[in-house]
Structure formats: C-alpha cells, structure tokens
Design a binder for this molecule. Structure first.
Ligand SMILES: Cc1cc2nc3c(=O)[nH]c(=O)nc-3n(C[C@H](O)[C@H](O)[C@H](O)COP(=O)(O)OP(=O)(O)OC[C@H]3O[C@@H](n4cnc5c(N)ncnc54)[C@H](O)[C@@H]3O)c2cc1C
Length: 292
C-alpha cells in the first residue's frame, strides 16, 4: 500500500514549500498534507509509521530554511480550523497547535490573563512556539505551559503534564511528532493595563528587528552571557552578502533574502558568519534556525 492510497484528498506530491515559509526559499516536499480532523491526522501518521516514511510538522515556517532540493518524506501542516481553536477556561488558555501565537496572546490579554503579552510580535503557531520554547528577554511560552496534548511518531495521542515538560533557552523536551493542543495557566490582571503592556512590547519588538523583509528570526542562538547579534556586528559582518543573502544592517543576527536569493546562498552566508566569528572571537555560534 502506498502512502497516498486512501489519503488522495489531503496528500499532495511535490508541493512547493517556499510559500509556506518566511524566507520564501527552497524546494518542494516529497509529500505534503493538511489534514482536516484529528482522526485524519492520526491515520496519516500511522500510515507513515507503517510505510517508514519520515514525517514532520510545519507551522508558519518562521524558523525554518528549506534546502533548494526540498524536503524528503511527508510535511504536515495543521492549518485546518480543527487545529486552530483558542478558548479561555478560567485562568487558563487552551490553544490548538496550529493556532497563531499572536491570536493566543491577544485573546489572553483581552480576557484579562497576564503572562503571554511579552510574546507579542513573535510570528508562528503555538506548536512551533512550544517546540522551540519561543520567547524574549521578558519570558517564554514554556514558563506558562501546564500541559500539552501530542501525537507521537507511531500515531498515539498522549498528554504531557507539567512534570514531563522541560523548557530551556529555545528548546523543549517536547520531541513528539505533533503538538495538538496546549494549556497555559496564566495570572488575572486588568485587561486595559495588559493591553498597554502588550503594546509596549510590540513597539520594542518592531524597533529591534528587520520587518517587512524575507527572513526567518534569529539565525544563531545567543551564546551564554553574550549576544550573537553583537558578536556578528563586532566581527564587522553587517551587510555582508553572498548571492541574494545579506546580513541585516538593522540586527546582525538576521539574514535577509533579496530577490533571486537561493537557500544555498543563505547556507553559505551562515557558514561564513560562523567561521568568521569563530576565527575572530573564538566563539562557536549554534544555529537557532532549523534547516530542512
Ligand atoms: C521576524 C521574526 C521575528 C522572530 N522573533 C522571535 C522571537 O522574538 N523569539 C523567538 O523565540 N522566536 C522568534 N522568531 C522565530 C519564530 O517565530 C519562532 O521560532 C516560532 O515559534 C516558530 O513557529 P512556527 O509556527 O513558524 O514554526 P516553524 O518555523 O514552522 O517550525 C519550527 C519547528 O517547530 C516544529 N513545529 C511546528 N509546529 C509544530 C507542531 N504543531 N507540533 C510539533 N512541532 C511543530 C517544526 O517541525 C520545526 O521543528 C522570529 C521569526 C521571525 C520571522
């Protein structure tokens, strides 16, 4: 039995991935699916498991660079309404893995629930945010997360409780295939004051990052006690270009993709920045961006 049979309605072959990522670069997925329901997702994951086809989740593609050759196996997007619900339950907010993080933040703020407002302006989905423990200096999603519902690589649905969840700097212990739903336990506060706080975070975020360009977020993680952007700046690399890929003048830890840029240009620029920072400062930068 092939991966497609029985799933013709939701699985496509050779779907270009560039349009699903913030970089807007890279080749197609071997297989690509947007299931409509949880049951459909589970059946598809089980089929992949049986057929030994590697599967992976794509959120909003704001932290991914797809190689020019594309991605082997199945790429799954949880864009259907069944995966994007957001509801407030007392002091908790419960959100589907495909829900946009920004919508979750504003729903919490309007509901008078504090904690997530520091995350305003971070693109992407709740699933992507939890996978990489998205955050800012003001906080991260993991610190508010009480529970996650996941689908494992073999197609089992499991709950991961507080005691099983470990969050670090841009990483989490959640390595299950798909994050289906997240419950965050927040603090009550005045919605008007919260909205003002959220706006201040939004303004600060807009001021610090290159907006309106084709790019992902920070390319490198901050090494302990220092800032990757500052190191790259001190190495004199702002504005450095390979093909259509340029180190941002505004924030040196961002790479901008100009027209005609390829993923290979970005990968070569990443290697150049990494080796120059290493040679000049003796510090090994690690990737925050994920390369597929
Ligand atoms: C302009 C800009 C600013 C940014 N600022 C910040 C910032 O301040 N702080 C910060 O932390 N990040 C920042 N980022 C990076 C990015 O927004 C975050 O990493 C975001 O959480 C990624 O979410 P996504 O849905 O786009 O995930 P993707 O990029 O699509 O995927 C990232 C990873 O998450 C996994 N994943 C996605 N959805 C699921 C799911 N449902 N279940 C399981 N795994 C899943 C993917 O398989 C992949 O491994 C920024 C990015 C941009 C473009």
């Amino acid at each position: 039995m092939s991966l497609m049979s029985g799933f013709e309605k939701i699985v496509r072959q050779g779907e270009p991935l560039a349009m699903y990522t913030w970089f807007q670069l890279g080749g197609p997925a071997e297989y690509f699916a947007e299931p409509e329901t949880v049951d459909e997702l589970i059946a598809l994951v089980r089929r992949c498991h049986e057929e030994k086809v590697p599967a992976r989740l794509l959120g909003q593609g704001s932290n991914i660079l797809v190689r020019d050759e594309g991605a082997p196996g199945l790429v799954i997007r949880l864009a259907a309404p069944a995966f994007c619900e957001i509801r407030v339950e007392g002091r908790s907010i419960v959100a589907g893995g495909g829900a946009l993080l920004g919508r979750v933040v504003t729903t919490a703020v309007h509901g008078g629930l504090a904690g997530l407002e520091t995350l305003i302006g971070i693109p992407g989905t709740v699933g992507g945010a939890l996978h990489g423990n998205a955050g800012t200096r003001g906080g991260n999603i993991g610190q508010w997360t009480l529970q996650a519902t996941v689908v494992t690589a073999s197609g089992e649905v499991c709950q991961r409780g507080n005691d099983e969840l470990i969050f670090g700097y841009r990483e989490s212990s959640l390595d299950d295939l798909a994050i289906l739903e997240v419950r965050c336990d927040l603090e009550e506060d005045d919605p008007r004051q919260l909205a003002q706080r959220m706006q201040r975070h939004w303004i600060a975020k807009k001021a610090s990052q290159p907006m309106g360009h084709q790019c992902a977020g920070c390319v490198f993680k901050n090494p302990r006690g220092s800032s990757a952007g500052e190191l790259i700046d001190r190495a004199g690399l702002k504005g450095t270009r390979i093909g259509g890929a340029v180190v941002s003048d505004r924030h040196a830890n961002f790479i901008i993709a100009e027209p005609e840029c390829t993923s290979q240009d970005v990968l070569r620029l990443i290697e150049l920045v990494r080796s120059q920072v290493h040679d000049r400062m003796g510090i090994e930068l690690k990737l925050e961006l994920e390369v597929w």
